[in-house]
Design a protein around this ligand. Sequence first.
Ligand SMILES: Cc1cc2nc3c(=O)[nH]c(=O)nc-3n(C[C@H](O)[C@H](O)[C@H](O)COP(=O)(O)OP(=O)(O)OC[C@H]3O[C@@H](n4cnc5c(N)ncnc54)[C@H](O)[C@@H]3O)c2cc1C
Length: 227
Amino acid sequence: MQHFFNRYYRSNTLSCATLNIHLIASRETVLHGMQKQIIHIVTKRLNKLRVNIHTQTRISHIHEHEITLTNDKVIPFDFMIFAGGTIAAPCLETLALPKNKKGQLLVDDYLRSQKDENIFVIGDCALLTNTKGEIQPPTAQTAEQSGAAAAINILRMTENKPLKKAHIQIKGLAIALGGTFAAISIGKLYFSGYPAYLIKKLTEKIYKWPLWWSANQGFKKIEACEI
Ligand SMILES: Cc1cc2nc3c(=O)[nH]c(=O)nc-3n(C[C@H](O)[C@H](O)[C@H](O)COP(=O)(O)OP(=O)(O)OC[C@H]3O[C@@H](n4cnc5c(N)ncnc54)[C@H](O)[C@@H]3O)c2cc1C
């Protein structure tokens, strides 16, 4: 949005110069918990675009056209987007199984509920961790990986074979940062700017192909099943 305002301001007589975006992040940085290189790239880009970043503060009050922060700062606004976190699907509330404060079910290494070995939990509903025990953010990547791992374990369970530990891991991230600028991390590799933008666009075009292939393989297995 800020990139759009900046461009519009430059190419039109109608001024967007007084339009300001304020980004409020409760932790020490934006994207807290992500790799520090990504945080650095994103912060630098947002500063360059003129986004006002407020860290280590939260919203304490929302009035009709202004918000008050916990550091007593008051910010007037016309339009506000609140993206203060997600919770798991409400239908899980009634399940008497161990959960975290977001309502995600706690699972063992094989993606079964910690309390009931016959219940497998996948995707956003589960608190997924990598092999180091680090919590993985709920994403399509982790949802797909957990789905495949649980499916394999359900099959192995029906065949009385030992279950396999799930290896859930975020393999890469691509973040759009206005215009033709993006940031990408793949393993320990980081890059940003136009090349990252091109790779992000390419990923958006082709991500469905491997997904379609694995869904198709799974469907064939279900069709071949005698149940
Ligand atoms: C705006 C947005 C942008 C995102 N961008 C990205 C991204 O760029 N990259 C990425 O990796 N991830 C992204 N994510 C996260 C990603 O979409 C989720 O992590 C992923 O879809 C989780 O898959 P899932 O199968 O667990 O849940 P979902 O895809 O949410 O599927 C759950 C399904 O269950 C259905 N359902 C819910 N309650 C009930 C009920 N009571 N009865 C029956 N059905 C029910 C829902 O309708 C839905 O179809 C984004 C999420 C959002 C909201």
